[in-house]
Design a protein around this ligand. Structure first.
Ligand SMILES: NC(=O)c1ccc[n+]([C@@H]2O[C@H](COP(=O)([O-])OP(=O)(O)OC[C@H]3O[C@@H](n4cnc5c(N)ncnc54)[C@H](OP(=O)(O)O)[C@@H]3O)[C@@H](O)[C@H]2O)c1
Length: 311
């Protein structure tokens, strides 16, 4: 069902990579009553404040794109923060939405919910069929709890709460912190800095042979709006591009887009990680959604944003 253009839509985490893309897309489509709060205005760790906010603003639709997000290093060093903050944020948003009578809520998880050695490509039904990747299990356990919260509230209270699991995202407003960023933004930064420094080589970890999947943030935003309009099932749903790329090809594409003229070297003594990590998004594709932005175009757009923000 199409969402009325004047519906009150709250995007939690509206300044993050995913939330800002959803916000932009809603604005582009002419939605007039978008609601966003920075962390300073509303700390989602404060349950009472979230309840007051819901009572005051009465959102009809809620997208939960707020989370404590980070790479392997951050997850490994701060497991307590990852599990506690993510559970608190989502519990406050989901339970609060039930109390406030929100019409529909979309919870965003991540592909790390799947078992470490999952069969590839990963189908929704592979959830909880094996042990998680230990480096980010704290985050993954919280995300799995979020899926289960939405399912439980649907079963017990009839709430129209759904969950989507996006693959690796990139795009405007991404995090480029060298300690704390994902692979694609980390590569953009490294190649940009190497180009500026005229560095003759860039050394990358591993062999470059593993395959990964990426989705441009604006494509995810379109998928989220599509799901809010057309999907009301208990089963969570994968959101991916359906296209794999080797890390070597990804690295060469980033180097080309940035105009880095030096050599790329591979340090095979460093770990490669899983040989393949791909979501099976056929459930979503069968509903009629598909991505629009190919990887090279997406990297170009992400790099334009990087240059605007960091010079
Ligand atoms: N990035 C990816 O590749 C990816 C892939 C799959 C799924 N996802 C999912 O998408 C969602 C959003 O991720 P993202 O990449 O957009 O992360 P992000 O850029 O770090 O954005 C997260 C947002 O949440 C807000 N937030 C965190 N803690 C908060 C708190 N206590 N109170 C209020 N706001 C708070 C942050 O605000 P501040 O900036 O003020 O901290 C930020 O705006 C997450 O659930 C993540 O699992 C992301």
């Amino acid at each position: 069902m199409e969402i009325a253009r004047d519906a009150r839509i709250y995007v939690a985490g509206h300044r993050g990579l995913v939330g800002s893309a959803i916000w932009r897309e809603l604005q582009r489509r002419g939605y007039t009553h978008l609601i966003g709060r920075t962390r300073a205005e509303l700390d989602l760790l404060d349950g009472a404040a979230v309840n007051r906010f819901y009572a005051q603003e009465k959102p009809e639709y809620v997208v939960d794109a707020a989370a404590k997000v980070g790479g392997i290093l951050a997850n490994d060093r701060h497991p307590a923060e990852f599990i506690y903050q993510n559970l608190q944020i989502q519990n406050h948003l989901i339970h609060g939405a039930y109390v406030a009578g929100v019409r529909k809520l979309l919870f965003l998880g991540s592909s790390c919910i799947y078992p470490r050695l999952s069969v590839q490509p990963m189908k929704e039904e592979y959830l909880l069929t094996g042990p998680l990747e230990p480096t980010n299990e704290w985050y993954a356990v919280a995300k799995i709890a979020g899926i289960k919260m939405c399912q439980a509230y649907r079963r017990q209270y009839g709430c129209d709460f759904i969950s989507a699991m996006p693959t690796n995202m990139y795009g405007p407003n991404d995090n480029y912190d060298p300690q704390n960023s994902h692979v694609l933004p980390a590569l953009i930064r490294r190649f940009h800095e190497a180009r500026q420094a005229n560095a003759p080589t860039v050394t990358c970890w591993g062999t470059g042979s593993p395959f990964r999947e990426f989705l441009y943030a604006d494509d995810l935003a379109r998928a989220c709006i599509f799901l809010l309009e057309h999907y009301s099932e208990e089963q969570f749903i994968n959101v991916g591009s359906g296209t794999e790329v080797s890390v070597r090809e990804l690295t060469e594409t980033v180097g080309r887009v940035i105009g880095y003229a030096g050599r790329i070297e591979w340090d095979a003594s460093k770990p490669d990680g899983m040989p393949r990590k791909l979501m099976d998004s056929s459930r979503l594709f069968a509903l009629g959604w598909k991505p629009q932005v190919d990887l090279e175009t997406g990297i170009r757009l992400a790099y334009e944003d990087y240059r605007k923000r960091f010079g």
